[in-house]
Design a protein. Structure first.
Length: 69
């Protein structure tokens, strides 16, 4: 997977019975045409046509590099 990045989206969901907020994550595969991303970067992705079996998102921009965070 040369031009693929794995993006993890984290969100808070309220538990229906207890009311406590639980951290949930979703992993998506996105297309990175230029190879601009590195591990730990903060990115923006957008939906697109299916590129492969599991990849239907593409990289829009790199918001913040990992070294700067």
């Amino acid at each position: 997977m040369q031009k693929t990045i794995a993006v993890e989206i984290e969100r808070l969901v309220r538990h229906p019975a207890y009311g406590k907020y639980i951290r949930r994550t979703t992993k998506l595969l996105a297309h990175d045409e230029n190879g601009a991303c590195r591990e730990g970067d903060l990115v923006t992705i957008t939906p697109c046509r299916p590129v492969s079996r599991h990849k239907s998102w593409r990289l829009l921009e790199v918001v913040e590099k990992a070294a700067e965070r």
